[in-house]
Design a protein around this ligand. Structure first.
Ligand code: MRU
Length: 344
């Protein structure tokens, strides 16, 4: 299984996802500002992976700090937290992970104790991410049957997490439970996380995958080629509104029209129980991603571009939300509340 991000000898090792699928390259980071840059440039992407990258960024910041008192170290960490937090606004796991690290850092007795606590908590967070995905897989597998063909959008796999994946983790667990599955992956324009990452990852792991253009979602569903859909999420509200890669809303709408169950798989760290739909900032990305395919220009000069990275799928289009604590079903405001109460 691919390991997206790891801590080794006081440095962070990550797969450079911008080089996939042609090259599987690992890059080493010793500076938290370079981690911030890597998050911004999608070297590392996917909500849970960004969260762990942020935590490791703060771990590097403790090591880089020249502070001589614990108070100075906490100030340095606050600066690093701000820089890391401002990289990408939509996935809630980043803020969740940074806050968690800051809370433990404040409990350190002195500089060396604080550094140890921060590094060890970030490392534990990475290991827990894999364990959480495996638990999610066990719950989710029950929803899938032998010979299902499952559609997915974007990449919610090992590459979007530390390992195993959320939506693709559920597929892995379904296979591990002895069921045969096929996958249809959308290419996921504009930066092809579906074709570059999901198709690469599933092929790497020997899972049967077919790639379709985003525009063939309706065609494949109308032809009866899809039994179920499963995607990941960047942020889920207490009402069950799901923010995920741009195009998810269209896939969910099509699934509803064709009576195909539409599932979301995400850890509890992806839930934002405070915000309302209008509060969530949808990241707008560079126009170049739309006006070019690679380096080739595919649009006229000076064209206006709208390039949102995420959209919102309303709860009425969602059949179930799979988490490590169980599966939430509609009405989501009640079932999500119960999942969090059970966690306490
Ligand atoms: O822009 P990205 O590639 O970071 O977007 C990623 C997604 O939208 C994923 O589907 C989501 O983070 C879930 S990952 C487990």
């Amino acid at each position: 299984m691919l390991r997206t991000i790891d801590w080794k000898d006081n440095s962070v090792i990550m797969i450079d996802q911008t080089k996939l699928p042609t090259e599987l390259v690992y890059v080493k980071f010793t500076d938290y500002t370079a981690i911030a840059d890597a998050i911004r440039k999608l070297v590392v992407r996917g909500a849970p992976a960004i969260g762990v990258a942020g935590a490791f960024g703060l771990a590097l910041a403790t090591i880089q700090s020249k502070a001589t008192t614990k108070e100075e170290l906490i100030n340095d960490l606050e600066t690093a937290k701000k820089i890391l937090f401002e990289t990408r606004p939509t996935a809630v796991n980043l803020g969740w992970a940074l806050e968690k690290i800051m809370a433990v850092a404040k409990q350190g007795k002195d500089i060396s104790d604080t550094t140890n606590i921060v590094v060890n908590t970030a490392k534990r967070m990475a290991e827990e991410d894999i364990q959480i995905n495996m638990k999610m897989g066990k719950h989710g597998s029950k929803l899938f049957e032998n010979n299902d063909t499952i559609m997915t959008h974007c990449n919610a796999g090992a590459l979007a997490t530390v390992g195993y994946g959320t939506a693709l983790g559920v597929m892995r667990a379904t296979k591990e439970d002895g069921k045969n599955i096929k996958v249809i992956a959308t290419e996921t324009r504009p930066v092809q996380q579906g074709s570059r990452l999901t198709a690469f990852e599933l092929k790497h792991d020997g899972i049967d995958v077919s790639l379709i253009p985003d525009t063939a979602v309706g065609y494949t569903m109308a032809k009866g080629l899809v039994n179920k859909v499963i995607v990941g999420a960047d942020r889920i509200l207490r009402t069950g509104h799901v923010f995920n890669k741009i195009g998810t809303y269209q896939v969910a709408t099509m699934a509803k029209r064709h009576g195909i169950p539409f599932y979301v798989a995400a850890p509890l760290s992806t839930f934002d129980l405070k915000s309302n739909p209008k509060d969530v900032i949808i990241e707008q990305r560079n126009a170049h991603e739309v006006t070019h395919i690679g380096d080739k220009k595919t649009a006229p000069d000076d064209i206006n571009v709208i390039n949102p990275a995420f959209d919102m799928t309303p709860p009425e289009l969602i059949t179930g939300i799979i988490t490590e604590a169980g599966i939430a079903k509609p009405p989501f405001d009640e079932s999500i509340k119960k999942l969090f109460e059970a966690k306490k």
